[in-house]
Design a protein around this ligand. Structure first.
Ligand code: ZN
Length: 367
């Protein structure tokens, strides 16, 4: 029988070209100009946070023919949202855009990746949720991250909520990987400090899950260890958002994305996905809430995580699952246990018995 974790992630594709450093955003006009064409436009997906930022638009040196689509980050992207965006773009008639640019955090970058795949492959977003279902190369795409941690700039997936199937799953494919990324730490200067922590610790959590799993390899482990080390340096220091620390966290995010691109997460992400699907809680803060119930699975990391939270005075919501309906608890259970790959990676083939319904609901009640 084919191993449940044998989904091809051993043969890894990374981002083709990338640069990191203060001011690399200034190289953007030259890079994008090489992808301009007379009869095709360029579409910019920009986090709505920057809707009033004239400074950003100047840096991107937009031209008349370019189109900006502001991406709402109120809710995490759903397959319906992507289908809607794609139909608006294609109903424009004319040719496909010549390039897509994603400027934002994980949500905006994942939207850029999903739209790129759908514009050339056709069909609906839900058709490609899974492993290696995308058949053709997407539209050329560039990422300019403005948040660090999710690793969306580096990974071969774009996570989408499917509201019909209650499933949170990405398009895992080599074609999902960005062609170019520009990592400029100057772009994360204005991130609110709690958000900076929630998102940054996504990288840490990816890597503690990966290192504690059974599906491992030496390169993935090396990426993971380095990611955790960088997160420690950033979040154990006094000024977590200094210029130096923002550059470090950007590197940690990229390394964390590379690590997870060749392995699997563990127990935290399936529970976190349950919180997102059923209660609409955003991914990174949902991870932090999930950490309240993770002592038995990751005791050392649990202690380290909460020590950092206390030292930094970060607010993590609590008792978010204490008074839910039976129907909601049932949904939380189902949307967690459906993540068989990471749970198998963390707990082995007996995961289904270890995490029976009562157990899962009790863990949610600890959050
Ligand atoms: Zn994550």
């Amino acid at each position: 029988m084919k191993d449940i974790l044998d989904t091809g992630v051993k043969n890894v594709r990374n981002v083709q070209t990338y640069s990191i450093g203060d001011g690399v955003i200034n190289d953007f006009p030259e890079i994008i100009n090489a992808h301009r064409s007379n009869d095709r436009k360029i579409i910019f997906f920009v986090d709505e946070f920057f809707q009033t930022s004239k400074d950003l638009l100047t840096k991107l040196s937009l031209q008349k023919t370019d189109q900006i689509i502001y991406v709402s980050t109120k809710d995490e992207p759903s397959t319906d949202y992507i289908d809607d965006l794609v139909s608006k773009i294609t109903s424009d008639k004319g040719n496909n855009p010549s390039a897509l640019v994603g400027v934002g955090g994980g949500i905006t970058l994942d939207v850029t990746k999903a739209v790129s795949n759908l514009l050339t492959n056709g069909g609906y977003a839900a058709d490609y949720q899974g492993w290696d279902l995308v058949k053709k190369k997407g539209i050329y795409k560039i990422a300019i991250p403005t948040l660090s941690g999710t690793g969306a700039e580096a990974t071969r997936t774009c996570v989408l909520l499917n509201k019909e199937s209650n499933l949170k799953l990405g398009m895992n494919s080599d074609f999902t990987v960005f062609d170019q990324i520009l990592m400029d730490p100057g772009m994360t200067k204005t991130v609110p400090v709690d958000q900076y922590f929630y998102t940054g610790m996504d990288a840490y959590i990816h890597c503690i899950e990966s290192l504690n799993g059974t599906y491992r390899n030496a390169i993935g482990d090396a990426f993971s260890r380095q990611t955790i080390e960088l997160c420690r340096e950033v979040f154990q220091s006094e000024n977590t958002m200094s210029d130096e620390n923002r550059a470090k966290l950007m590197a940690a995010s990229y390394f964390g994305g590379c690590a997870i691109g060749m392995g699997y997460v563990g127990v935290v992400h399936p529970f976190s996905a349950g919180l997102s699907v059923v209660l609409g809680i955003h991914h990174c803060i949902a991870n932090c809430i999930t950490m309240r119930a993770m002592e038995e699975f990751y005791p050392n990391e649990y202690n380290e995580f909460w020590e950092i939270v206390n030292n930094q005075g970060v607010y993590i919501p609590e008792r978010v699952c204490s008074n839910l309906s039976d129907d909601q608890y049932e949904k939380l259970y189902l949307s967690t246990i459906i993540h068989e790959k990471p749970l198998f990676n963390a707990l082995g083939e007996n995961y289904y018995n270890l995490l029976n319904k009562d157990k899962v609901i009790n863990l949610f009640k600890m959050m």
